[in-house]
Design a protein around this ligand. Structure first.
Ligand SMILES: O=C(O)C(=O)C[C@]1(C(=O)O)C=C[C@@H](O)C=C1
Length: 395
């Protein structure tokens, strides 16, 4: 296990938390921003706060979890980790914060076919599993006669079942509940009556003092109902929309350094030739992703107008304050516009990935809910609304 215990962690000012970030709603890492999200990420952040130290997330994987643990790559690990005898030989566990268990997830027309392990443990059944964790162990011991595909990517594995490349996967009920929402063709078979029970807990070093502290802190969250609230939040979380929300937010947040750069040169806020370039580049990239020109134009026009709203509000404030030059202004051409161009690519990819949801009139509330919380609202609420308008009020 790791070298450090409670005293070492507090002295260093840092809690290193390992996580196999491929397991929604417990732990997930967004590809474009590298942000970690999920129930267990919130738990890790809460614990770091309780310890008064900063949080550093360390990526690991299910097959290498124990090896990374023994190589001292992190102090604790989270991410929907089940308590198992094997893991208990290497580590302590906190008290459990979730009870879960294996249940099938399959195409909805197959739900009756895969109710029992006897039905699943048949040579004509194509089972798929992610390697290295308790799912693989469960599949091998309970369905040895089925055809087993070991598929290494836990993020795209559900798409394999949806596409008919495999019949079913058996995984924790919590994950099946979430994935059936993300993939409407898929159904969790009996998530309220899983085949076995597994308790989810934090993996801790062999330090009774740290375990006592973590257990007490977790128990408080369980007793107060805060944990159940978190579970509900992360089960309902609009995972697919998050990259789009982040791209919009990051772009709008850049309006502030843009304004500082221009203020120092007393340059006008509006640069129409640049706007035309931004939109032309977005339209071109967007068409390669199958996005209609008008749609891309409307979305980017709104982002640019929102940026100008922020910039104008800042100019007004700075004028009123008789503000001088900023010492820390970035350079527009070399620092910020390349960043804006990078976000253009991300925003378009997220737009393309979400076209179906964004065009679905029945999911308008979900879209509004998923996009509406922007950090940039603190800069300008009016600008945030402008930026979101073509996505939320899309008819
Ligand atoms: O690049 C700038 O100068 C910006 O202010 C950013 C931006 C944009 O959002 O892309 C906004 C307003 C300008 O008219 C041109 C472009």
């Amino acid at each position: 296990g790791p070298a450090r215990q409670l005293a070492g962690i507090t002295a260093s000012g840092e809690l290193r938390v390992g996580t196999p970030a491929d397991y929604k709603p417990y732990t997930y890492r967004l590809g474009h921003s590298g942000d970690y999200l999920g129930l267990d990420i919130d738990l890790a952040a809460g614990l770091a706060k309780r310890l008064g130290v900063r949080l550093t997330m360390v990526p690991t994987s299910w097959p290498t979890l124990l090896a990374d643990w023994n190589a001292d790559k992190f102090d604790i690990a989270v991410g929907g980790i089940s308590i198992t005898p094997e893991r208990q030989q290497h580590a302590l566990f906190s008290i459990a914060y979730q009870r879960d268990g294996k249940t099938p997830i399959t195409r909805c027309d197959n739900v009756q076919r895969f109710q029992t392990l006897a039905q699943i443990n048949q040579p004509d059944v194509r089972l798929i599993v992610n390697p290295g964790g308790t799912n693989e162990r469960f599949a091998r011991s309970h369905a040895p006669r089925a055809q087993l595909t070991v598929y290494p990517d836990n993020v795209t594995i559900f798409g394999q079942i949806a596409a008919g490349k495999a019949d079913l996967m058996m995984t924790d009920a919590m994950e099946t509940r979430l994935q059936q929402r993300l993939h409407p063709e898929l159904c969790a078979v009996h998530p309220d009556q899983p085949f076995d029970t597994a308790d989810k807990a934090m993996l801790l070093p062999r330090d009774p003092a740290l375990k006592a502290l973590v257990d007490q802190w977790l128990q408080e969250r369980i007793t107060s109902g805060a944990l159940q609230q978190d579970v509900k939040h992360w089960l309902a979380f609009p995972w697919a929309l998050e990259p789009l929300r982040q791209a919009i937010d990051q772009r709008l947040l850049l309006a502030e350094p843009v304004a500082r750069a221009k203020w120092n040169r007393q340059a006008p806020i509006e640069d129409l030739p640049r706007e035309a370039l931004v939109i032309a580049a977005a339209v071109k990239q967007g068409s390669a992703l199958g996005l209609p020109t008008q749609r891309v134009e409307a979305v980017f026009r709104a982002q640019i107008e929102a940026s100008k709203t922020v910039q104008r509000e800042l100019y007004q404030r700075w004028t009123a304050q008789h503000a001088g030059r900023f010492d820390d202004a970035p350079d527009l051409a070399t620092d910020i516009r390349p960043e804006l161009d990078r976000i253009t690519t991300e925003l378009l990819a997220a737009l393309a990935a979400n076209q179906a949801i964004l065009l679905d009139a029945n999911r308008r509330d979900e879209v509004a809910q998923g996009l509406r919380t922007l950090d940039a609202t603190a800069l300008s609420a009016a600008a945030a609304q402008q930026a979101l308008a073509p996505l939320i009020n899309f008819q």
